[in-house]
Write a protein that binds this ligand. Structure first.
Ligand code: ADP
Length: 486
């Protein structure tokens, strides 16, 4: 047998089948219990009716005496050894009852017979001996049991289909009501799918109605709402990312195109060619930085940012990074003041990524600080982490933008394009590098006063083991504060 494909129909069929089996089983059990009960009762009644008749027959001096025992609704016949009726009750009016042969003459028996005049009768056959003659007294009364059982059968025949119909209707209503959230869910999920692929129908995230957040359907709807919200935000982020990325790529590309067209439009002097090629080189560098940045971020998103496990000294790396940006700082008359421990601070991480991180933060500090200000770089060893702080006296970042500052392509201030612009990816990459080292990056800033970016890196478990032969880090904090500009 194949079940209907709809869950609702399958559940209704299942409910009806279970109810049918239960109803039929219960009816059969009740029927047999009732049958046993009422038959036992009528057999007892028959014996009570038969007893005085039997006494009267065995003691009778004449048929009149027996006739006086005739009672309406109680019939009897006295049969001789050849089953001939020798006497019958007056109410039979000479129309004898027909008994199925043969009659048991050894012990009392009970039977149910149908008579066209009286309907169902229950009969007892009582064999007895009078003198040397053998008789059977047959006593019959209308069968109450048969009537009750017939009524009960009719009731069952009516009750089972009505019960099934009731079960079917109730199941259809309840299952339909219970499955409604799933239908809604299916509809909304389909709508969400079509919305994702249809740019015309963008909008707020889809939310399913939650009737009862405590029941299973409510929790399912809540979970789907979270899923839809997450999907919506991811899709929106992706859209925004594609828009921003294409915008970022378009500018250098159009400069490249314009510059190339200009060179090709007429013959140029060697100086002019050199000048154009310098522009091309700068734009190509910008492009490749953006593409490299996007590649790094996509690797980080996929959890595939391959980090080298270099054994290094963080104090040296911080100093080196500061030295590398020094020419750009000096060009703006910005002083870089480093405050790092004199002792080596061993660390275990990717040297080139960490160097890129420090340089990006230093470059930003230089880029967004007015001339003749200072940048403070501190390396602090705490209980279970190492912190590197980059504090500038620059333009600062408004509070409402601080939340979004690490998003890709997010910019508070338009950059002039000169310098090491990461195309708005610098801080996003910084966060990805720090996360890949299981660290965190934080910001505190106030507009007009400056910003402090703090990189917190967890201490490696056993720096001495990592740096074989290298001096173990000392907790006695002898520090060297240096002015690199001086
Ligand atoms: P960009 O290439 O634009 O510098 P980043 O991701 O490095 O990209 O920085 C994102 C934005 O954050 C910058 O455009 C700038 O508005 C702001 N920003 C970053 N660092 C600083 C800072 N030290 N001071 C002020 N604003 C900053």
């Amino acid at each position: 047998m194949t079940l209907p494909s709809s869950l609702r129909l399958r559940m209704i069929v299942l409910f009806c089948a279970v109810s049918c089996v239960l109803l039929a089983g219960a009816s059969i059990v009740f029927y047999f219990l009732l049958q046993t009960e009422v038959s036992g009762e009528s057999d007892q009644q028959l014996l009570e009716i038969a007893r005085p008749i039997l006494v009267a027959i065995t003691n009778s001096s004449g048929p009149e005496m027996i006739d006086s025992l005739n009672v309406p609704g109680e019939y009897f016949e006295l049969l001789d050894s050849q089953d001939r009726v020798v006497h019958e009750s007056l109410n039979l009016k000479a129309q004898l009852l027909r008994f199925p042969a043969p009659i048991d003459r050894t012990s009392p028996t009970f039977q149910r017979i149908y008579d066209s005049r009286f309907g169902w009768l229950v009969v007892t056959f009582l064999p007895f001996q009078h003198g040397n003659r053998h008789f059977v007294l047959a006593v019959a009364i209308p069968s109450r049991a048969a009537q009750i059982l017939t009524d009960f059968r009719q009731l069952i025949v009516l009750l089972v289909p009505v019960g099934l119909l009731f079960t079917g209707v109730t199941a259809a209503w309840y299952v339909g009501k219970s499955l409604r959230p799933i239908r809604d869910l299916t509809r909304h999920a389909a709508e969400a799918t079509s919305r994702i692929s249809d740019p015309q129908r963008r909008g707020a995230a889809i939310t399913l109605p939650v009737q009862n957040p405590a029941d299973e359907m409510g929790r399912l709807a809540l979970t789907f709402n979270q899923l839809f919200a997450r999907m919506h935000s991811i899709v929106e982020q992706m859209r925004q990312f594609v828009t921003d990325a294409s915008h970022e790529l378009r500018t250098p590309l159009s400069i490249l195109q314009g510059e190339t067209e200009l060179i090709l439009s007429s013959d140029r002097s060697a100086g002019e060619y050199r000048q154009s090629l310098t522009v091309l080189e700068s734009e190509l560098k910008k492009l490749s930085r953006i593409v490299e940045g996007l590649f790094t971020l996509s690797m980080a998103d996929a959890g595939e940012l391959r980090l080298a496990k270099d054994a290094l000294y963080l104090n040296e790396l911080v100093e080196t990074s500061c030295q590398l940006v020094l020419p750009r700082a000096t060009a703006k008359n910005i002083r870089i003041l480093t405050d790092v421990p004199a002792e080596p601070v061993p660390y275990f991480g990717d040297e080139s990524f960490l160097c890129q991180l420090f340089i990006d933060l230093l470059d930003n500090a230089i880029k967004y600080s007015p001339a003749s200000t200072s940048i403070h770089v501190r390396l602090i060893r705490a209980e279970d982490e190492v912190r590197v702080e980059f504090q500038d006296e620059g333009i600062g970042i408004p509070e409402h933008d601080q939340q979004r500052i690490f998003e890709r392509f997010f910019r508070v201030h338009a950059t002039s394009g000169e310098g090491q612009s990461g195309g708005g990816l610098g801080l996003a990459i910084a966060r990805a590098i720090v996360s890949a080292h299981n660290g965190t990056i934080g910001l505190s800033s106030s507009v007009g006063k400056g910003s402090t970016f703090t990189v917190s890196l967890p201490k490696p478990p056993d720096p001495a083991a990592v740096h074989d032969g290298a001096p173990a880090s000392s907790d006695s904090d002898s520090r060297a504060i240096k002015d690199l500009h001086a």
